[in-house]
Design a protein. Structure first.
Ligand code: SF4
Ligand code: SF4
Lengths: 537, 330
């Protein structure tokens, strides 16, 4: 495959005029750099997904199983009986178009099939043709069509161009959530082995090894050693976290991405420093070493299978409650699915902060608290001391992650923490934050490298808003409470708005946190010199 | 294309009723049989669809949250956009249904200077949608003067408000005009906004043309031909008391009007018009965001294969031991 080389000024020339031919008559064109490689058969086999085979998305022949149409129809029938959301969303869209220009992929590509309404119609047209009376009688007049191999390809192409961000759902008068429809669409493609490698690999890893990256237990501890050394260099304090420790009060679960790749690693350092300073009785787990859940981007069952480890481990270790790190889709899952799948967590206790005594009533059934909630409570109760000047070299903005804003409503907690640890905070434009936030462009398992054009197009609206505050206020750092954001936005900003770096909330907490017995800090968590501090010495 | 097919369909419907009454004298068919059939289809179809939706479980609690969650007591929750109790869900739903809250949020996103996205107000769709639905409702309620004898006082009051402009004899009802204007706007935007045109299907044009035709025939009867109201009332009362009759002196326009309304009723349960019921059943809007407070039960939850801790330790026991990680079995 040729490398993706398009320049930002070429990519931002976007034409929103729809093509001359009607979408039902415009066959899908599977374009390089816009899709991910197919899943490796062995990854599908590891978790028992069907029809693992060698195939390539841009091949003519996808080597579909003989009875693939039957599989799809049976699959649709069963999903329609299981999910009211799916059934209702198939039936009630009035095609008003309010959602059309709300999707970052449409805004970044101009491809009309990236309008949420049309993305849904791709599936709805087949639904109408096979599951509704009007569609069966009126056929094309009712907007119905037959399922063909080309239609299936079109589904696949566009369901893996949706990051399940739910922005469309905010604006739809009926709350029609394309994320939900995409999830159904992906269930269907999965029934035919049409998974993508970037999702199937992490899923298999997570199933066997406990985390997406496939870090084995000893690798987790040794990569943590690096952070601990860095923390010692910066603060002079040697931290000794524990792993799989029975009897700890709290189990801490966070996305594995933060243990491995910059800039997430700095966030992990922030956690370690905070917990150490608090003297928190907590443990990491190598078995439940993944907060994120790429299974969520395949099938409901797979998501549940991966998620089960968190409660199982909490039970085995005998902890009282669970604290969750910064991650977007992890929190969609924890907040809206975990208890339903794998609860009730009656072996745990209602979460109470051991430091402030605050009872987290809002997590009393699921028994899992978001770290931004936890830290905000600490700060409100004046349990932490900060030296804000250590973040003075940063002009910070905040990116709301799709899932925590639209699938939970975690908006003020991270802002409160941010404003408590840094002096220079600037919001991006109103229509691009909070519930109207734009996706990083790489969510829902699409942060591969072969689909770079798609990612940059999808990241365009977010980066555009960052560029605005970069130019207006000199913003040079964007904080996000999501591991995928930290990786994806880094790439996207490098492309669209060089000069804005990305960090986690707890990196900035770690920077500012005044720790007992620390030496005079001269470096931030990235081991970069703190401006002004070297002068003081 | 889609619009022409739909327009033709509506014209054909009008011609059917016209020839049926004018040429074939089928007053009873168009005045009695078809309206009965239409109401029957509408009611059974509507109820069937609602029951069908209701019979499908809601396995997960998936509200789309559009504001601050309830978490720490000192953080101000957005109770409407992120409700944590049924009461506030009712408020949220009421705002959706009565004033189209989500549509009010609508934005217009445009690319300017070649590379800058700007977001602007876009309230026309909301305004037209709201005007259309409300005026349709009021017009419908006004029609109940045909089924009450004597006409109840609330209707007189409603009519007084509706006719506040005091123009003409009979007095001009504002809602009739608003209905026609707003529905025309909704049609025109499908022609002129390129992406809306692109997503529109015959099923989107057809009900608009149909409603326009219904409104025009209605207005025509009230203000121009001044239909034989007493006769119409007699017909409608006959239908209601299951003692149907077709009085003399009712013009063909009335039969066209009632036939189009019948067509709308029959079409309703099979079409997107079911959004009228569906709006109440959308899980992203009608659910409480309390999934961490109260366990939501999925009726079809079933056990799945998992990779247990034991499996994991068996795979990695030696590596764990050498890294100093505690194990269950030495
Ligand atoms: S906003 Fe909702 S009803 Fe309107 S086109 Fe989009 S999905 Fe359909
Ligand atoms: S969920 Fe997000 S990515 Fe998917 S269609 Fe809606 S706005 Fe686009």
């Amino acid at each position: 495959m040729a490398k993706f080389t398009a320049k930002p000024n070429e990519l931002s020339k976007i034409d929103y005029t729809p093509p001359k031919t009607h979408w039902l008559e415009t066959p899908v064109e599977i374009r390089e750099h816009m899709f991910c490689h197919a899943a490796k058969p062995k990854d599908l086999e590891t978790v028992g997904f069907p029809y693992g085979r060698e195939w390539r998305p841009n091949d003519e022949d996808w080597k579909l199983p003989e009875n693939w149409k039957t599989i799809i129809f049976e699959g649709m029938r069963s999903l329609l009986k299981k999910y009211r959301s799916f059934q209702v969303f198939m039936d009630i869209c009035v095609r008003c178009g309010a959602c059309a220009d709300k999707c970052h992929f449409f805004l970044g590509s101009g491809d009309p099939k990236n309008m949420p309404v049309l993305r849904a119609e791709l599936l709805r047209s087949v639904y109408r043709g096979n599951f509704t009376l009007a569609g069966k009688i009126l056929k094309k007049l009712a907007g119905a069509r037959k399922l063909t191999a080309n239609v299936l390809k079109e589904w696949w192409y566009y369901f893996y161009q949706c990051t399940e961000c739910r922005r469309c759902s905010v604006f739809c008068p009926y709350g029609i959530d394309q994320a939900e429809i995409t999830m159904m669409g992906r269930e269907l493609t999965n029934m035919l082995g049409l998974q993508i490698g970037w999702i199937a690999g992490p899923v298999a890893n997570c199933y066997m090894k406990g985390n997406h990256l496939g870090l084995e237990p000893h690798t987790i501890t040794s990569s943590m050693e690096f952070f601990l050394d860095d923390i010692e260099t910066i603060t002079g304090i040697k931290i000794e976290p524990t792993f799989n420790r029975k009897g700890a009060e709290i189990l801490f679960v966070t996305p594995s991405g933060d243990l491995f790749a910059n800039p997430g690693t700095y966030t992990a350092m922030g956690y370690l420093m905070l917990f150490h300073e608090l003297g928190l009785d907590y443990t990491w787990s190598t078995y439940a070493s993944e907060g994120g859940n790429f299974g969520f981007f395949t099938t409901n069952d797979m998501a549940k299978r991966l998620n089960s480890k968190i409660y199982a481990e909490a039970k085995r270790l005998g902890v009282k409650w669970i604290l969750g790190g910064e991650c977007g889709h992890m929190w969609r899952v924890v907040h809206q699915y975990m208890d339903t799948w794998n609860g009730p967590a009656d072996f745990l206790e209602e979460p109470v902060s051991p430091i402030t005594g605050t009872r987290f009533d809002n997590a009393r059934a699921t028994k899992m608290v978001h770290i931004a909630e936890f830290t905000a409570d600490l700060i409100k109760n004046s349990k932490l001391k900060f030296d804000l000047s250590r973040n003075d070299h940063l002009n910070v903005t905040f990116h709301d992650s799709c899932n925590t804003s639209r699938g939970m409503g975690l908006l003020e907690e991270p802002r409160y923490v941010l404003k408590s640890v840094c002096n220079n905070f600037y919001e991006m434009p109103e229509d691009t934050i909070r519930e109207k936030t734009f996706c990083c462009g790489s969510g829902a398992g699409l942060n591969a490298s072969e689909n770079m054009e798609l990612r940059m197009r999808g990241g365009f609206p977010r980066a555009n808003a960052a560029k605005y505050v970069h130019e207006k206020y000199g913003v040079n750092m964007c904080a996000a409470v999501c591991a995928i954001d930290r990786v994806a936005l880094s790439t996207s900003f490098e492309y669209w708005v060089p000069g804005v770096a990305v960090c986690g909330l707890h990196e900035l907490v770690g920077n500012a946190l005044v720790m007992t017995g620390e030496k005079e800090r001269t470096q931030d968590l990235r081991l970069e010199p703190l401006p002004g501090k070297e002068v003081a010495e | 294309m889609g619009s022409i097919v739909s327009l033709i369909a509506v014209i054909v419907l009008i011609l059917i009723a016209y020839t049926g009454v004018k040429a074939a004298n089928l007053h009873f068919l168009f005045g009695v049989v078809i309206p009965y059939a239409a109401v029957t289809v509408f009611l059974t179809g509507f109820i069937y669809r609602i029951l069908k939706w209701a019979s499908v479980p809601v396995p997960f609690r998936i509200p789309t949250t559009c504001g601050q969650q309830k978490s720490l007591p000192w953080i101000k929750q957005n109770k409407i956009e992120n409700p944590s109790s049924p009461f506030w869900v009712v408020v949220r739903m009421a705002l959706e249904v009565l004033v189209f809250r989500s549509l009010f949020r609508n934005l217009k996103t445009q690319l300017t200077d070649g590379s800058r996205l700007v977001y602007g107000e876009a309230k026309w769709l909301w305004l037209a949608g709201l005007a259309f639905h409300w005026s349709l409702l009021i017009v419908l309620i006004r029609h109940s003067r045909f089924i009450f004898d004597p006409v109840p006082s609330f209707l007189h009051i409603l009519e007084q408000f509706d006719g506040f402009l005091q123009i003409g004899v009979p007095v001009l009802f504002v809602t009739g005009v608003v209905l026609l204007v707003s529905v025309t706007y909704l049609l025109i935007r499908r022609f002129f906004i390129p992406i809306v045109r692109y997503i529109s299907l015959p099923a989107d044009y057809f009900p608009l043309f149909l409603i326009i035709a219904i409104a025009i025939t209605g207005i025509e009867m009230r203000y121009f031909t001044k239909t034989h109201i007493v006769g119409v009332k007699e017909l409608v009362m006959g239908l209601l008391t299951f003692n149907p009759k077709t009085p003399e002196g009712i013009g063909w326009i009335f039969y066209v009007h009632i036939f189009l309304v019948s067509a709308l009723f029959i079409y309703f349960p099979f079409s997107k018009l079911m959004h009228m019921g569906g709006v109440f059943m959308s899980p992203t809007r009608n659910m409480v965001n309390n999934s961490r407070v109260k366990r939501h039960v999925n009726p079809w939850n079933y056990p799945v294969d998992v990779h247990t801790y034991e499996d994991y330790e068996n795979d990695f026991r030696e590596k764990m031991k050498s890294a100093g990680i505690p194990v269950e079995k030495e």
